[in-house]
Ligand binder design. Structure first.
Ligand code: IMP
Ligand code: MG
Length: 177
């Protein structure tokens, strides 16, 4: 199946997006966070691991990185609608400025759940950054503060994105035909 994948976004283009997003994020938070009050970056596993690694290197600010693993998907390509916490944060978000990183926003349910959770845990602020967004698939409106690129309604793999846990390790992003 790998030879049938259609290239969508090359690693060089992803790198450019990470650089632009990282610079913008650092500008926006400058003065708001400090060595004693760093930005809490919440990475949604597993998909956002590559994006987080690349983006974080362009965020020139004091940061703490933590991970959360949520699930709303079965083994297929359709959401089941319910979000579950498979691995919770190890950091208390209370009074912290929080930036959630996701690799792609589809229905919006995962991020809506995260924003609600962090707000309930008294984060000082919650913002969201995603590499990709499929606006036509949205079921819940979520405010996306930083978006790398919008995409049409096609299923994507590579650069952390999986199909039934496969293809995460591909350096570029592909459409599944
Ligand atoms: P949402 O809750 O429907 O917005 O789904 C978000 C999550 O579903 C993303 O963080 C991905 O993990 C996964 N997802 C959505 N679209 C795709 C895709 O095209 N390929 C791979 N995973 C996807
Ligand atoms: Mg994800």
């Amino acid at each position: 199946m790998k030879d049938k994948l259609q290239l969508f976004l090359k690693s060089e283009d992803i790198e450019t997006l990470c650089e632009q997003l990282g610079k913008k994020i650092a500008e926006d938070y400058r003065g708001k966070v400090s060595e004693t009050d760093p930005l809490l970056v919440v990475v949604t596993l597993k998909g956002a691991m590559f994006f987080a690694a690349d983006l974080l290197r362009h965020i020139d600010l004091p940061v703490i990185v933590d991970f959360v693993r949520l699930s709303s998907y079965g083994a297929g390509t359709q959401t089941t609608g319910t979000v579950r916490i498979l691995k919770d944060l190890e950091t208390t978000p209370e009074k912290k400025h929080v930036l959630v990183l996701d690799e792609i926003v589809d229905s919006g349910r995962t991020l809506d759940f995260m924003i609600e959770l962090l707000t309930r845990r008294d984060a000082a602020s919650v913002k969201v950054c995603t590499l990709l967004s499929k606006p036509s698939r949205r079921e819940i409106e979520v405010k996306l503060d930083y978006v790398g690129q919008e995409v049409e309604d096609r299923f994507l793999v590579g650069y952390g994105l999986d199909h039934a846990e496969r293809y995460r390790n591909l350096p570029h992003v592909y459409f599944i035909p």
